[in-house]
Write a protein that binds this ligand. Structure first.
Ligand code: SAM
Length: 381
């Protein structure tokens, strides 16, 4: 195991051959992430962590390539870890590092990602909490002083090299950490894996963010005119997102929906409330065909997965895909994620992927497309 000093060495003349990897995750998910990596990558040894930030070292000290792809549900972003920079004036050291990376990779331009380590589980921030001020200021200084090294804009394109600048501490003793990676499709293209979605003031709940982030992360090919069946729809954030995208939505939930799903003129009376628990449904309560199944009930997967199975089988002929939220009220349940994925694959979903999205609380998002959904996605790209 590396020592704190070994991992947080100042990034001196910068050795790009680092055996360390950094990973950002939701604060509180560090233990699950460690367990997941121990299963998937026994070569990696835990080295250092702060809430929302964790480093590992290859146990033989072999350098990690910026091309590596991490299979992880809980990593929001990751890369080769280069260590700390002098936070009293980080700009010169970061620019030196950027120049060296660029030179080492055929003078390619770098995509610049600067962000702050997440301190809170989403929705649990203290009143008045504002994040990102230090990162924004640092990013603008870097871009002004070295415009020739960085691509403009934030969204990384496949194969680009990304310079990761992570503000670990913003208060008393600021700490800035450097890493880099080569962007591939499986790695979220935004700084720190923060999928940029705004919560409209009219949205009934933060579940609007969860669904919008899932759609962007999974490149889900929804289309106006599709029908979605959402299990656990109240008060209506996710349904509202689907309605604004032009879908017909059937929400199953004994709880009350926000009136906005009927009163917002953009929703055009396309919402149907089945005000029942799933176990009380009758055959005629649901539409005969649907393209999308959405799940967000507050029960464990052992309860919700059988419901999803019934819906996936019922809608198999027309189905494009599913967007499922599985609660992890007990972190130990994360061990079952591979079984859930296998089960969903057996039910006809392909490319089933799981991720703890930035707006997920103690839960994860699982998405999958059917063959029909994949064809639609391909026809769009
Ligand atoms: C996290 S909330 C859903 C949030 C919602 N998706 C949104 O966008 O605002 C969980 C919901 O699951 C519902 N629920 C729990 N068990 C259910 C069941 N067996 N059948 C239908 N709904 C259920 C609850 O009534 C609750 O409204």
């Amino acid at each position: 195991m590396g020592t704190r000093d070994e991992v947080l060495v100042r990034c001196p003349t910068l050795n790009l051959n680092s055996p360390f990897i950094f990973i950002c995750c939701q604060p509180g998910s560090e233990a699950i992430l460690k367990e997941e990596l121990a299963r998937n990558y026994p070569r990696l040894r835990f080295a250092f962590s702060r809430p929302g930030f964790i480093t590992f070292k290859d146990f033989e000290g072999s350098p990690l390539s910026p091309d590596f792809q991490l299979r992880s549900v809980f990593a929001r972003s990751y890369g080769v870890s280069l260590g700390n920079v002098d936070a009293s004036d980080p700009v010169p050291e970061i620019i030196t590092a950027a120049e060296e990376i660029s030179r080492s990779f055929e003078n390619s331009l770098l995509r610049l990602h600067v962000w702050e380590r997440s301190e809170f589980v989403p929705g649990e921030e203290p009143p008045g909490y504002i994040s990102g001020v230090v990162a924004r200021e640092l990013e603008s200084r870097l871009r002004i002083q070295a415009p020739q090294i960085f691509y403009p804009g934030l969204e990384a394109k496949v194969e680009e090299l990304v310079l990761d600048v992570i503000v670990l501490e913003t208060k008393e003793k600021p700490k800035v950490f450097l890493g880099f990676h080569r962007h591939q499709r499986e790695h979220d293209p935004w700084p720190g894996g923060e999928i940029p979605v705004e919560l409209p003031t009219s949205a009934p709940s933060r579940a609007f963010l969860k669904l919008e982030q899932a759609i962007r992360w999974g490149r889900l090919p929804l289309a106006a005119g599709d029908t979605a069946v959402e299990l656990g729809s109240a008060p209506g954030g996710a349904s509202y997102s689907l309605l604004l995208r032009g879908l017909e939505v059937w929400g199953i939930d004994p709880g009350a929906m926000s009136p906005v799903v009927w009163t917002d003129p953009r929703c055009e009376k396309r919402f149907h409330h089945v005000k029942k628990a799933f176990s009380d449904l009758n055959e005629k309560d649901l539409p005969s065909s649907a393209q999308w199944v959405v799940l967000d009930i507050n029960g464990p997967a052992r309860v919700s997965l059988p419901y999803v199975e019934q819906l996936l089988l019922r809608y198999k002929p027309e189905l494009m895909g599913a967007v499922l939220t599985f609660k992890l009220n007990d972190p130990k349940h994360s061990r079952h994620i591979p079984e859930w994925i296998t089960r969903l694959s057996e039910l006809g979903l392909r490319q089933v992927r799981a991720r703890q999205l930035p707006s997920n609380k103690r839960e994860i998002c699982v998405i999958g497309l059917t063959g029909r959904g994949i064809l639609r996605l391909q026809s769009r790209s």
